[in-house]
Ligand binder design. Structure first.
Ligand SMILES: [Zn+2]
Length: 991
C-alpha cells in the first residue's frame, strides 16, 4: 500500500521515444499521488497507460473492445477460453496454474457489455512480470482448441455416456454460469433495462450469453471473433504501481514483437435518442409455492449523456448521489416513504460501464397496479426539485463523498489499481481522455466554481437530463412461480428438436466429441509443457510476516488499541462491544440492531437529517457482527463492531455523530423502522441465489461450532426465516420488537470488555484519542456474565428449496483452530484440493461454475463447496473422493510447492490501512500473536507430504462422520437425488 503523499518525478516528457514507443502525454496528479504516462506503440497502434506511484502491488491489464453481435455469449466464452493455453504455453488450463502457483494478489478476467479485460497483480516484481508475460501471450496467441470451446462454452452429452440413444443434455461452464445468472432477480432486472434502453446498439445483446442462445454458437464463429478483436491495434494496456515506466515498456516491447497494425472495426455506436418514453415488462422466478403478493419491481431508467461529455458526467454523478445516494436523498425518501413498495430497487443508481450513461430508480416489493402511481411520484418529485433545487447540505455531502473516496487508500477485495482502472476505461475505451475521471480534487474545484457562478446549476441538470429527456424506459418485473418450470420446459424443447433431427452419424459425433472431451479433461499435461511456465520458487518467498504496529493500553477500564499507519489523513475507529452475554433468543435481533442503529435518527436529528450529516462529516459509518475462536480453540468471542471513517478535520464532528448514535439513539420513527426491516429482509432474500454456496455452507456448519451457529443465526437462512416471520406479522410483533431492541441495547452498549481500535497517522491518533474520551465516560458500567450456550440439535443433512436452475452443495467439517499443529497442513490442503481435484472434477469435468474448499482457522471449520452446479449427488461423491485422492499416499512435490506458494500469497494478501488496523484487532480477540503467525508461516513453508496425508487428510477422514451437508437447489432435483443419497436430505422450504 502507498506510503507517501507525493507522486514520482516524471522520467519522460511528451514527444520522447523509447524502444518502439512514443510518449504522447505526461501528467502529474499530485493530489491522487500518480504520475500518468500515455504512450503509443508506434508499429501496432496499441495504446498504453502507466499510472506510476509508490504502491508495491503492481497491476497490469489488457483490454480489448469486444462488441457482441448477438447473445451467444461469444465475448464471455472467449474470455474463459483464451486463458486455457497458448502456443508458447500449451497446457490445458494455464489460468488455474497461475492462479494456484504464483504470488498473485489478483488474477481474473471480466466480460463487460462492450469490452473484455484481463488484469493480474502481484507485490513481487519477478512474479508480476511472470504473470504479465503469460497473460499477454494467452490473449494474443491462444490455442483455442475445440475441446476448450466445448468445455467452457457448450456441448451435448448423453445422459448415459455409453448409450448414444439416451437423453441429450447440454453442459458447459459458461452455460451453467449464465443459468445461475438468469435465476437471479437482480441480474434479470438489470438485463431488462440494459437491453431495452439501448435497443438499436450492441447493448441489446447479452455479452455474457443467454442460456437459450449459447448452444447456437459455433466453433468457427468463436475463432473468428478472436481474429477480429484480439490484436494489439484494438488493445489498451494498463499498468499501475511502483515499477518504473522503462521496465514496463521494455517488457511490452518484447511482447509486441512480431505484431503489426491491423484494421479493426470496434467502434461502438451510440443509441439515438427517442422522441417519447417507452415501457417494457418481464418476469423473474420465485419458488413454486411462494406467495407472489408484493413481489413486483418497478424501475424507471433514463439514458443520459455520453461518457466523453466529462463536464456533464461529473454533474450527473453529483445529482445522482443527491437524489438517491443517502437516506436523505429526496427521490429515495419520496419512494421509500410513499408506502407504494417495500424498498428501493437494487439496480438504483448511475450506470457508467456503457457508452451512454443510465440512471435507474425504482421500487421493489410492489404490485403491478401501482405502476402509474410510482411513475407519477418519481416525475412529480423531479419536477418539484427542478423548481426548488437541492438543499445545499445535500450537494455539499456529495462533494465531500467525492473528496473522501478520492483521498482514501482503499483496497477491499480488489486492488486499488483496479478501482482506478475502471475509472480510466469509462472514457479511454471510447477514445476519450483516460485521466478525465481521475483527478477528484480538480473536479470538485471545478464544480464549486461552476456552482458559484450559477446557483441553479443542478436544477438545470435535472431539467435537461431527467424532466425534459424523452429517452426514458419504464420496466416492470413481475414474479412468476412457473418461470423456473417454463425455462426447464423450453430448454428441454430446444433439446428435443435438436435430438429429433439428429442423424445416426451426428449422434455418433456427439458421442465421440463427448468422449474425446472427457479424455482431454482427464489426461494430465505433459511435464515438459508445465515446465515452460515461468514461476517463482519457495526460495523467492519471504519467511517474514507483515507486522502491524499496535500499542495497547487500558483507559478508564477500556482496552484501547492504536495503529500508527500512513492513511493519507483519514482516521478509522472501530468500537467492539461484547455480545457473548446476549441470550440466545435475542441473538437473531442483532443484525437488525446494527441496521437500525445507523439507519435511524439520533440526538436532536431525525433519520434523514442525520443521514445528511453522516455524508457531510464521515466517509461511512456502520455496524456488523463477528465471532470466532481463541487460537487454542477453548474459548469463543462474539462482537458487535461499530466503525466510522473520517478526514482528520472532521474527527470531532464524526465522533459526535457516533456518540449520538450509541447513546442517544431514537426508536420512535416507526415508519422508518418498518422500512429498514423490510429492506433488510429483501436484501437478504435477494442474496440467496447469487451466494447460494455461502448460504449452504452456513446451514451445514451451524450444527458444528458456536461461531458457525452464530454465523447462521445472523447471516444465514435462520436469519432470513426470522426476519421474514417478523415482516409477515409486523403489526402484531412491532411493540415486542421495539422492546427487544431496547433490551439488546442495554445488554450491549456497555463499558465491560469494550475494545476501541484506532488507526491513523500520529496526528490523527492524537485527535481521535481526545475525541473518544467523552464516549467512554458516558458508557454504562454494569457488569455482566457470559452465559454458556449449548448449540441446539440441528439436522445434519438439509436440502433447502430455492428457485434456481443450478445447485449449491456444501459439506462442512469441524476443524482445529490456529494453535493446532494441524492448522498449517489444513490450510495448505484446502488450496491443494480447491485448485486440484475439486476444480478438476466439479468445474472442468462437472461443468459447474465453481468447486472449492475453504479452511477457516478462526471459526474452526473446513468446508467443501460448489457454485452454480448442474450436479448434486455426484458432487457429494466427489467430496468423498477428495478425502481419498492420494490413493498411493504420495502427493507430487510440485503440487505441494504450488499449494505452498498459493498459501503464502493468501497470507500476504495486501490490506489497506483500515484493513490492517481491523485485522490486528481480530487477532487480539483470538490471541493470535506475531510469534504464532511466524510459526504458522514456517510450518506452511516447510510443508511436506506426511503432514498433508498423515495429518490433514487423515484428520478429515476421521471426522467425516461428524460432517454436515446442506444443499440449496430446486425441489425436484433434490427429490431425485434423495433416491440415491444415504441418508437422504431433509428437504425444507427456504423460509
Ligand atoms: Zn464467466
Amino acid at each position: 500500500m502507498t506510503q507517501s503523499s507525493t507522486c514520482p518525478e516524471p522520467i519522460f516528457k511528451s514527444g520522447d521515444r523509447f524502444l518502439g514507443f512514443e510518449i504522447t502525454r505526461v501528467t502529474s496528479l499530485p493530489d491522487i499521488r500518480q504520475t500518468a504516462y500515455e504512450i503509443l506503440h508506434m508499429r501496432t497502434g496499441a495504446r498504453i497507460l502507466h499510472l506510476h506511484n509508490d504502491d508495491p502491488e503492481n497491476l497490469y491489464a489488457i483490454c480489448f473492445r469486444t462488441p457482441p453481435e448477438d447473445s451467444t455469449g461469444l465475448p464471455h466464452i472467449l474470455e474463459h477460453s483464451v486463458l486455457a493455453g497458448s502456443e508458447r504455453y500449451p497446457l490445458k488450463d494455464v489460468f488455474n496454474e497461475l492462479h494456484r502457483g504464483s504470488l498473485q494478489t489478483f488474477i481474473n478476467a471480466f466480460t463487460y457489455p462492450d469490452k473484455t479485460v484481463y488484469p493480474v497483480a502481484s507485490q513481487v516484481k519477478k512474479d508480476f512480470f511472470n504473470l504479465a508475460r503469460v497473460y499477454t501471450d494467452l490473449v494474443l496467441r491462444p490455442r483455442l482448441l475445440r475441446e476448450t470451446f466445448l468445455q467452457e462454452g457448450h456441448h451435448f452429452e448423453f445422459a448415459d455416456p455409453e448409450n448414444p440413444n439416451s437423453e441429450l443434455v447440454i453442459s458447459g461452464i459458461v452455460y451453467n454460469e449464465m443459468k445461475g445468472a438468469y435465476s437471479s432477480p437482480d441480474s434479470l432486472m438489470f438485463k431488462a433495462i440494459q437491453e431495452n434502453l439501448y435497443p438499436d446498439t450492441i447493448y441489446r445483446n447479452d455479452s455474457g450469453g443467454a442460456p437459450d442462445v449459447i448452444p447456437t454458437l459455433t466453433y468457427e464463429q468463436f475463432r473468428a471473433f478472436h481474429r477480429s478483436y484480439y490484436s494489439p491495434s484494438n488493445a489498451r494496456f494498463f499498468f499501475y504501481g511502483d515499477i518504473p515506466t522503462r521496465d514496463c515498456l521494455t517488457f511490452l516491447d518484447e511482447m509486441l514483437d512480431g505484431f503489426d497494425a491491423v484494421a479493426v472495426q470496434s467502434n461502438i455506436a451510440g443509441q439515438v435518442c427517442w422522441t417519447a418514453p417507452r415501457a417494457v415488462s418481464g418476469e423473474y422466478p420465485i419458488g413454486a409455492d411462494e406467495d407472489a403478493t408484493a413481489k413486483t419491481a418497478v424501475n424507471m431508467a433514463w439514458m443520459l449523456t455520453d461518457n466523453l461529455d466529462y463536464e456533464t458526467v461529473i454533474l450527473l454523478e453529483i445529482v445522482s448521489w443527491a437524489l438517491v445516494g443517502s437516506a436523505a436523498g429526496p427521490l429515495r425518501k419520496a419512494l421509500v416513504e410513499s408506502g407504494l413498495g417495500e424498498d428501493l430497487s437494487p439496480v438504483t443508481g448511475l450506470e457508467k460501464d456503457i457508452k451512454q450513461l443510465a440512471f435507474v430508480v425504482g421500487l421493489r416489493g410492489t404490485e403491478a397496479d401501482r405502476v402509474e402511481a410510482i411513475e407519477s411520484l418519481v416525475l412529480d418529485t423531479l419536477a418539484r426539485l427542478t423548481e426548488v433545487g437541492f438543499e445545499q447540505d445535500l450537494i455539499e455531502g456529495a462533494l465531500h463523498q467525492v473528496e473522501f473516496h478520492g483521498k482514501e487508500i482503499h483496497r477491499g477485495a480488489y486492488p486499488y489499481g483496479i478501482t482506478l482502472m475502471s475509472l480510466v476505461f469509462h472514457t479511454w475505451l471510447y477514445d476519450g481522455d483516460p485521466l478525465a475521471g481521475l483527478n477528484f480534487p480538480a473536479m470538485i474545484e471545478d464544480i464549486r466554481r461552476r456552482w458559484d457562478q450559477d446557483p441553479t446549476l443542478f436544477q438545470k441538470v435535472l431539467r435537461r437530463w431527467f424532466l425534459e429527456n424523452p429517452h426514458r424506459l419504464l420496466s416492470v418485473m413481475e414474479p412468476s412461480a412457473t418461470y423456473q418450470q417454463e425455462q426447464e420446459t423450453r430448454s428441454r424443447e430446444i433439446l428435443r428438436v435438436i435430438t429429433a433431427g439428429l442423424s445416426p452419424e451426428e449422434r455418433e459425433r456427439i458421442a465421440s466429441d463427448a468422449f474425446r472431451l472427457k479424455s482431454f479433461q482427464t489426461e494430465p499435461d505433459p511435464p515438459e509443457a508445465a515446465a515452460l511456465l515461468p514461476a517463482v520458487g519457495i526460495e523467492d518467498l519471504s519467511p517474514e510476516v507483515d507486522v502491524i504496529p499496535v500499542e495497547s493500553e487500558s483507559r478508564q477500564g477500556v482496552t484501547v488499541l492504536s495503529h500508527d499507519l500512513f492513511t493519507n489523513d483519514i482516521a478509522y475507529l472501530h468500537i467492539a462491544f461484547d455480545i457473548a452475554q446476549v441470550p440466545d433468543e435475542l441473538q437473531p435481533y442483532l443484525p437488525l440492531l446494527c441496521k437500525l442503529m445507523t439507519g435511524l435518527g439520533a440526538g436532536e436529528l431525525s433519520y434523514d437529517k442525520l443521514s445528511k450529516r453522516i455524508a457531510l462529516k464521515t466517509g461511512g459509518l456502520g455496524a456488523h457482527l463477528a465471532s470466532g475462536f481463541s487460537i487454542d480453540g477453548r474459548e469463543t468471542w462474539q462482537k458487535m463492531i461499530v466503525h466510522v471513517r473520517m478526514l482528520y478535520r472532521n474527527i470531532p464532528d464524526a465522533i459526535g455523530i457516533l456518540s449520538d448514535i450509541l447513546l442517544r439513539g431514537n426508536l420512535s420513527e416507526t415508519e422508518r423502522i418498518r422500512d429498514l426491516v423490510f429492506e433488510g429482509r429483501n436484501d437478504l432474500q435477494a442474496a440467496v441465489v447469487p451466494s447460494g454456496h455461502l448460504f449452504a455452507k452456513r446451514t451445514a456448519a451451524a450444527s458444528l461450532t458456536l461461531p458457525s451457529y452464530r454465523e447462521e443465526q445472523w447471516h444465514g437462512r435462520s436469519q432470513l426465516k426470522f426476519i421474514h416471520g417478523l415482516a409477515e406479522a409486523w403489526d402484531e410483533r412491532f411493540e415486542d420488537f421495539i422492546s427487544k431492541i431496547e433490551d439488546l441495547k442495554s445488554w450491549i452498549i456497555r463499558k465491560e470488555r469494550l475494545v476501541l481500535n484506532l488507526t491513523a497517522g500520529g496526528q490523527g491518533l492524537r485527535l481521535l484519542s481526545e475525541a473518544i474520551e467523552p464516549i467512554m465516560a458516558e458508557l454504562n458500567e454494569v457488569p455482566s456474565t457470559i452465559c454458556d450456550v449449548p448449540i441446539p440439535a440441528l439436522p445434519s443433512r438439509t436440502g433447502v428449496v430455492i428457485p434456481a436452475q443450478v445447485s449449491y452443495v456444501a459439506e462442512a467439517f469441524p476443524a482445529p483452530t490456529y494453535g493446532s499443529p494441524l492448522a498449517a497442513p489444513l490450510f495448505v490442503l484446502s488450496r491443494l484440493l480447491s485448485n486440484g481435484c475439486l476444480y478438476q472434477k466439479i468445474r472442468v469435468q462437472g461443468g459447474a461454475y465453481g468447486g472449492m474448499c475453504q479452511y477457516d482457522p478462526t471459526n474452526g471449520l473446513f468446508a467443501f463447496l460448489s457454485y452454480r452446479d448442474p450436479h448434486l449427488a455426484r458432487t457429494l461423491a466427489v467430496y468423498e473422493e477428495a478425502l481419498r485422492f492420494t490413493a498411493g499416499g504420495i502427493i507430487p512435490a510440485e503440487e505441494i510447492q504450488k499449494a505452498v506458494i498459493g498459501s503464502i500469497a493468501a497470507l500476504d494478501r495486501p490490506m489497506d490501512p483500515a484493513g490492517r488496523g481491523f485485522a490486528s484487532m481480530i487477532r487480539h480477540f483470538s490471541g493470535l500473536t506475531d510469534e504464532e503467525r511466524r510459526r504458522f508461516r514456517q510450518a506452511v513453508l516447510s510443508m511436506g507430504n506426511r503432514e498433508l496425508t498423515e495429518g490433514a487428510l487423515k484428520y478429515l477422514a476421521n471426522v467425516k462422520d461428524r460432517s454436515a451437508v446442506a444443499v440449496y437447489s430446486e425441489g425436484e432435483k433434490m427429490n431425485q437425488a434423495n433416491k440415491i443419497l444415504r441418508p437422504p436430505l431433509q428437504i425444507e422450504p427456504l423460509t
